[in-house]
Design a protein around this ligand. Structure first.
Ligand code: FMN
Length: 340
């Protein structure tokens, strides 16, 4: 960190909170953020986060144990709030003494933040990080016990909100960043962008797309090749075809799978019309579609029919590099910008 004095000073609050050397999180990516990438990021001084996704509590248990075998550095676990076994997953995290839990996928259900933080008599001091799509919700989540926030703009890969990172940062950082820990995500490809968010008060940043093709990432070689070839404009947001069926948009590389999603929505909308599913079930079917499609691309390498989730920064991903080199490059660029 001696090479990066300005950056280290600006990241201090973030690194103190995360317990690592650089306040750069590798956001959880379903199927991609497993033991190998998570440990590589944390070993390189960043903060890796396991993507629990649709894993069962048993699978999460195994994944955490395997990650611990590969790193002694801190890492987090990302849990999706609508997972039917959320509280069992929280129990698994507590069993392993996971220090940071990231809650994604909507407003945390009642009692979940308390359960993570261990407000019971055997309580630990696990930190809870939540996503805030608006200033009002950020304030509410911080009041209800969240220790830090990630604000993520629509440039990001995977499930996205409607607002860009630059606007969210301007709306939220001046209001909250002096008193709270806010990490900025979405569309960050270079260290200069990190420098600008740190200057606006961010405690650190979260990147996904830039890390998806790290050497240590188990993503299929064809998934990685699709990233290297793609430009920003090919990472497009999915469209909602039926106004009655609100689907959270997903940013992924345009392919046959993107078109299949349109057909899937029509199919689910027809089931809604026929009364054979309710809205909750309809949305769950949509989420299952994404999980399956992402697996097909990441694990099987079917980049035509699967979902190649990627953010707009994909154009800046050119080759496979070790996680440590990506972090060093980002830090060098950030330091040069801050020194200027
Ligand atoms: C392939 C892929 C899968 C992702 N899966 C998840 C996920 O399971 N849970 C989650 O909270 N975020 C997920 N994300 C979002 C990332 O954690 C991260 O916030 C995002 O990639 C940051 O924006 P960037 O892609 O512009 O760097 C995913 C992103 C990608 C590219």
């Amino acid at each position: 960190m001696n090479h990066y004095p300005h950056t280290a000073a600006m990241m201090q609050r973030g690194t103190d909170f995360l317990g690592c050397e650089t306040a750069i999180l590798c956001g959880a990516m379903s199927w991609v953020s497993e033991r190998n990438l998570v440990a590589a990021i944390s070993n390189a001084g960043g903060f890796g986060v396991i993507a629990c996704g649709a894993m069962t509590p048993e699978l999460l248990d195994t994944e955490i144990a395997a990650t611990k075998a590969l790193t002694t550095k801190p890492f987090g676990v990302n849990l999706i709030t609508m997972h039917p076994a959320l509280f069992d997953l929280i129990a698994v995290c507590r069993k392993h003494g996971v220090t940071h839990v990231v809650l994604a996928g909507g407003i945390p259900p009642k009692g979940s933040v308390e359960a993570i933080k261990g407000s019971g008599k055997d309580g630990g001091d696990t930190k809870v990080i939540c996503f805030a799509p608006t200033l009002a919700l950020a304030k509410k989540l911080l009041r209800s016990g969240a220790d830090a926030m990630v604000i993520e703009g629509m440039e990001a890969g995977g499930h996205i909100g409607p607002v860009s990172t630059s606007v969210l940062a301007q709306e939220i950082l001046p209001e909250l960043a002096s008193e709270h820990l806010i990490f900025v995500a979405g569309g960050i490809g270079r260290g200069e962008a990190i420098a600008s968010y740190l200057e606006m008060g961010a405690a650190g940043v979260q990147l996904g797309t830039r890390f998806a093709c790290a050497t240590e990432s188990i993503a299929h070689p064809d998934f990685k090749k699709a990233f290297f070839r793609a430009s920003a404009r090919e990472a497009v947001a999915s469209v909602q075809v039926d106004p009655r069926l609100p689907v959270i948009p997903v940013r992924a590389l345009k392919n046959k799978g993107t078109e299949e999603f349109t057909a899937k929505q029509r199919e689910v909308a027809a089931l809604l019309d026929a009364g054979s599913v309710d809205m909750g079930e309809a949305q769950l079917q949509i989420e299952h579609f994404w999980a399956g499609a992402l697996r097909r691309a990441v694990i099987d390498g079917d980049v035509e029919n699967g979902s190649v989730m990627a953010g707009q920064s994909v154009g800046m991903v050119k080759s496979e590099e070790p996680a440590a080199d990506i972090i060093a490059e980002l830090m060098t660029q950030c330091e040069a910008a801050l020194a200027r």
